[in-house]
Design a binder for this molecule. Sequence first.
Ligand SMILES: CC(=O)N[C@H](C=O)[C@@H](O)[C@H](O)[C@H](O)COP(=O)(O)O
Length: 223
Amino acid sequence: MLKQIKGKLIVSCQALENEPLHGSDIMAKMALAADIGGAVAIRANGSDDIAAIKQVTKLPIIGLVKRIYSGSDVYITPTKKEVDELLQVGVDMIAIDATVRDRPNEESLPDLIQYMKAHDQLILADISTVEEGIHAIDLGADFVSTTLSGYTEYTKREQSGPDIELVEKLVHATDAPVFAEGRIESPTVAKQMIQKGAHTVVVGSAITRPQCITKSFVDGLSD
Ligand SMILES: CC(=O)N[C@H](C=O)[C@@H](O)[C@H](O)[C@H](O)COP(=O)(O)O
């Protein structure tokens, strides 16, 4: 899988309940469209969407379960319960929040990583800082993704584009493959990420969230 995704595009097909394209049938169609367009893997949320996507494409799937628990800001595969759901449906890699924030139910990142490794599962660590990336790899994660840069309290910032600097820093700080993810809005920027050393690029909103694509045109016209 590592070879298959090198220098290529992974498409994130996700729509939560509050989004207009919510629904497994629609996410399956998005994944099929991504497959036809040449994506090499799909990132998807929740067993229902993943099961539907597996019906229409043989592309590898990076699975996650977004779930909000009170008392914790961690919502991407926060606990063993979500890992179990992904093990049940079957995915090629599991994406987890690997930030330093407290997890729900007093679960810990080291335990969660050990639990997934015991199930021979490839682990993608979604992080927001270079230190979190190094820590996650030290704990046994296989890959790191810049997914959460700009979304943790300590990385929220004015800048609206992708975090190229974090990609560069991670590439130098770890031998693990680095996934560039988050706010990558164009093919030019995607290529730039690969040139900076990212192993692969994950794009979501710019491909699969039409409300965001529309807004970018509307904003462009009002500039
Ligand atoms: C922060 C967070 O919850 N990110 C989620 C992670 O699974 C998805 O909603 C994003 O679409 C994905 O990371 C791709 O990023 P972008 O949609 O910016 O291309």
